[in-house]
Ligand binder design. Structure first.
Ligand code: AKG
Length: 271
């Protein structure tokens, strides 16, 4: 007889951990071949960047810090420091295959209570060095709390290369409300929001994630997190960070179904 029963992607303890802490670590989730394929793809994008005319990059450090540029225009020197390559899920089958693999899709479906949809992806070559923040400040979910973010380790994370850190349970803190009345910053001054963060999280010890290649850390849209300072600037910390909304929260004409349960947002590259 055909067995149509599909086991749950997450067990009860994992679901409970997610609910309590707002994040989940899945060790060894992707195999070495997948990690090597993504790393090779990103290396190729960097080498052959004129072949990706729409792809943009945000430069995080150095003389071009704060600039968003077409990757084709980014000078070589900017790739030897923190940089964020935006939205390769739109241009790379390797990235899409990994970020909408059947296994990760099933995990996200359970966390989001519905099929996941990629709204953005970021490839880091070095640590981000980003101070603690809530992603909802910059990319709020359409439906409250229905966004999850997956960081795939593509290098060993250590104290030297500025590991990812999270504040367990911070997703339960009432979000900061900006003067316009919403939880997205929309260009508002972040000063008061950061003061609110300092005030509301002083009791929480951050957890540093020393992931290995292939490990995954998933965080809730409302979880405080960031990238620690980089002690050794020569050490890469490659990662693929993907933000997922819930597909059914997005109008049908703005989403594309890519796999049995995985979608991408129909949109243009950032400019
Ligand atoms: O991996 C990191 O350093 C953090 C990345 C991050 O904070 C983000 O993409 O929102």
């Amino acid at each position: 007889m055909l067995n149509l029963f599909k086991p749950k992607a997450l067990d009860r303890a994992q679901k409970r951990f997610w609910d309590d802490n707002g994040y989940l670590i899945l060790p060894g989730f992707f195999d070495a071949e997948t990690v090597a394929a993504v790393n090779a793809e990103v290396a190729n994008v960097v080498t052959d960047r004129t072949a990706y005319p729409k792809v943009t990059a945000d430069i995080i450090a150095g003389d071009l810090a704060g600039r968003r540029m077409k990757i084709a225009d980014v000078p070589d020197r900017a790739f030897s420091g923190p940089i964020k390559i935006n939205d390769l899920f739109m241009d790379s089958e390797v990235v899409t295959a990994c970020t909408l693999s059947d296994r990760i899709t099933r995990v996200l479906k359970e966390l989001l209570d519905g099929d996941p949809l990629i709204c953005n992806s970021l490839n880091f070559i070095y640590g981000s060095g980003q101070p603690a923040h809530y992603d909802s400040w910059f990319m709020p979910p359409i439906a409250k709390d229905r966004m999850a973010v997956v960081s795939i380790c593509l290098d060993q994370y250590t104290d030297e290369n500025g590991p990812l850190f999270v504040y367990p349970g911070s997703h339960k803190i009432a979000p900061y409300v900006f003067p316009h009345g919403g939880i997205a910053a929309l260009g508002s001054d972040l000063g008061p929001a950061n003061a609110y963060v300092a005030d509301t999280t002083r009791e929480i010890e951050p957890v540093y994630f020393y992931g290995r290649p292939g490990d995954v850390l998933i965080w809730h849209s409302q979880l405080l997190h960031g990238g620690a300072a980089i002690k050794d600037p020569t050490r890469t910390r490659r990662s693929l960070v993907t933000h997922y909304w819930r597909a059914r929260d997005v109008p049908q004409d703005q989403r594309v179904k890519m796999t049995a349960g995985g979608y991408i947002l129909k949109r243009d590259h950032h400019v």
